[in-house]
Design a protein around this ligand. Structure first.
Ligand SMILES: NC(=O)c1ccc[n+]([C@@H]2O[C@H](COP(=O)([O-])OP(=O)(O)OC[C@H]3O[C@@H](n4cnc5c(N)ncnc54)[C@H](OP(=O)(O)O)[C@@H]3O)[C@@H](O)[C@H]2O)c1
Length: 330
């Protein structure tokens, strides 16, 4: 059936400017790291993408090695692109990345010009796209000169394969060098993609200050800590949860009693604010306007519908933020 997007899709989402660029991103974006490989039925993937767009999520984030197996999320997205998204291409911001291991041998990993340009060419073919909106270097590569890696990103923009470029998982010093090098080349760094959640606050130690100063946007990945900062694990580990059925990154053993005590206290606080814990966790990462977008994953459409309403509740008071800090400190 031909997909007809919801007419009111732009009415409830907030769009935030990405640094000092002309591009706005939805406050909540959807990542395809999990649930778009060969272990997820095509129809489930389709309903996740359609639900997201119907609720104003205009940004889909991928990487060359999302799957399983590597490349499969892009390949599946390419099928969705042909079936649903071609007519809406200009309403979408689609990103991909290279930087982690992708293919065998010395040219399928890290940050060489050789790897980044050939990987993006492969990604575009898999996704049935002429260009991506954002291409990222996925992680810093201490073995390759920053001039070479950023030179490859600059070339990628000039060749029309990407409209913008970004970096991911760079610490403040590495990010400063990348931003400076890109600026010297004449291609601004649009965005940084770091991890950030209530359980993982490393970006508060210098990175957000740098990004604000440089006018670079920030999209935080895993803002729900892979599902921990939701109601998912309040009463054990459900069989259909990530920790149970796809424990590549979130292991049942990491859901400790100490974590659960904090999750329960945060959940109580969210309920007292009239929102779900997932919504409070997303609103929390978005409380600083240095953060452009919260990059979520989802295994079912209802999760997306809950998450896009993250900004409906009242802003946090100073006392509430202090109470969250106390809960997190244990
Ligand atoms: N740049 C990088 O190095 C990097 C690394 C990792 C991720 N990322 C990006 O970030 C994206 C998000 O990562 P993530 O999937 O780990 O993010 P996340 O949003 O922290 O976790 C997503 C998981 O949380 C659960 N969930 C989401 N909403 C929920 C709700 N309302 N109620 C209950 N459970 C809910 C679901 O788990 P269940 O599956 O159990 O339902 C879902 O799969 C990725 O897709 C990728 O695009 C980037």
């Amino acid at each position: 059936m031909t997909y007809v997007p919801a007419e009111n899709r732009y009415q409830s989402m907030t769009y935030r400017r990405c640094g000092r660029s002309g591009l706005k991103l939805p406050a909540v974006s959807l990542g395809l790291w999990h649930n778009f490989g060969d272990i997820t039925p095509y129809g489930v993937q389709q309903s996740l993408l359609r639900t997201a767009f119907d609720h104003g999520i205009t940004h889909f984030d991928l990487a060359n090695n999302y799957g399983p197996p590597y490349g499969e999320a892009e390949r599946n997205f390419g099928r969705h692109m042909l079936q649903d998204w071609k007519p809406h291409r200009d309403e979408l911001v689609i990103s991909t990345k290279a930087g982690y291991d992708m293919w065998d041998g010395p040219y399928g990993n890290f940050g060489s010009r050789k790897y980044l340009i050939s990987s993006l060419d492969q990604s575009l073919k898999r996704m049935n796209l002429d260009y991506v909106d954002i291409f990222y270097h996925h992680r810093p590569d201490p073995g390759t000169p920053i001039e070479e890696t950023m030179g490859a990103l600059d070339y990628i923009v000039r060749s029309g394969k990407a409209l913008y470029v970004g970096i991911s998982n760079y610490n403040p010093e590495q990010a400063a060098a990348a931003i400076r090098t890109l600026r010297e080349l004449g291609t601004p760094c649009l965005i940084h993609q770091p991890s950030y959640s209530m359980f993982n606050r490393w970006i508060e130690n210098g990175l957000t200050d740098l990004l604000k100063k440089e006018g670079v946007g920030c999209i935080c990945f895993a803002p729900l800590s892979n599902g921990l900062l939701t109601s998912r694990y309040l009463n054990g580990i459900p069989a259909d949860s990530r920790a149970a059925h796809d424990p590549r990154y979130l292991k049942a053993s990491s859901i400790t009693e100490e974590k659960l005590t904090k999750i329960r206290a945060l959940n109580d606080m969210a309920l007292s604010r009239g929102q779900a814990l997932s919504q409070m966790a997303l609103q929390w990462v978005l409380r600083d306007d240095a953060v452009t977008s919260a990059l979520i994953g989802a295994s079912r459409p209802e999760q997306i519908i809950e998450n896009v309403r993250a900004l409906d509740a009242a802003p946090f008071t100073g006392e509430e933020l202090a109470a969250i800090d106390r809960i997190l400190a244990g």
